[in-house]
Design a protein around this ligand. Sequence first.
Ligand code: PAF
Length: 298
Amino acid sequence: MPPASDADFSLAGAPPRPGGPVILTSPAAMQRWRRDHPGELGFVPTMGYLHDGHLALVRRSRAENPLTVVSIFVNPAQFGPGEDFERYPRDEVRDLALLREAGVDAVYLPSAAEMYPPGYQTYVTVEHLTQRLEGAARPGHFRGVATVVLKLFNAVSPTRAYFGRKDAQQLRVIRRMVRDLDLPVEVVPCEIVREPDGLAMSSRNVYLSPEQRGAAPVVKRSLDAAAAAWAAGERDAETLRRIVRGVIAAEPLAALEYVSLADDETLEELEGRVERPALLSLVVRFGSTRLLDNLELA
Ligand code: PAF
């Protein structure tokens, strides 16, 4: 099928599968279904509690592939001690209704016991890329992400896998793993989907109190301020980071955890004049909720 751009979310795929998607709950069942459904297949891995950002990935996959599989698995291996694994929002009934409506062919819903049975001890580590930013703030997080994504790929055998650009470091880690391990999967990055006020969609936005939710668009506003300076010719890395800090500092409910301006591919922090594609990213805390956002500067 011809590739669709991010702007083509509305492209219709095949009509929804009569009776809704098949639900597969173990790696063996997923692999069997895949053997019975050869050919090109698009895959959208998720942790559930679906929002329009996920559904945009599904629409793109359906537009570009004759078959689409979505996984829902809240992966314990990517949460650190004291993080929000237990309280991570879950609503399987609603998710399945949305996926049925979206016309996906199969939903892969493995249990933690199927994914990590007793005796489990094999993990994937992408080395340098995971040392900074979210990797430094959340030790072990990307080891859990890379491991589960490889396991999901092994079960689903996708032709293409769709990831949002919001989790910018995750996208780069997965791309690196795919290259390094010669995985026969095309990783397709998709644009960030935002609320009308600019807040990037995330399942974790539900944690925000009404006051915090009202203040949260400051995150995007800080990136917009840096984007405007960049468009006007500003190229000094520290000045661009300072612009972000200044906008966040003006919002009393927001606490900046970090802002980074890094090489777009290696994620090494940049100093002085920015001469190559760069990723401006930040994490802002509203109470105990961490909001991530980013902007690619090229
Ligand atoms: O981005 C996510 O939702 C998760 O990190 C992923 C890729 C589904 C792996 O658990």
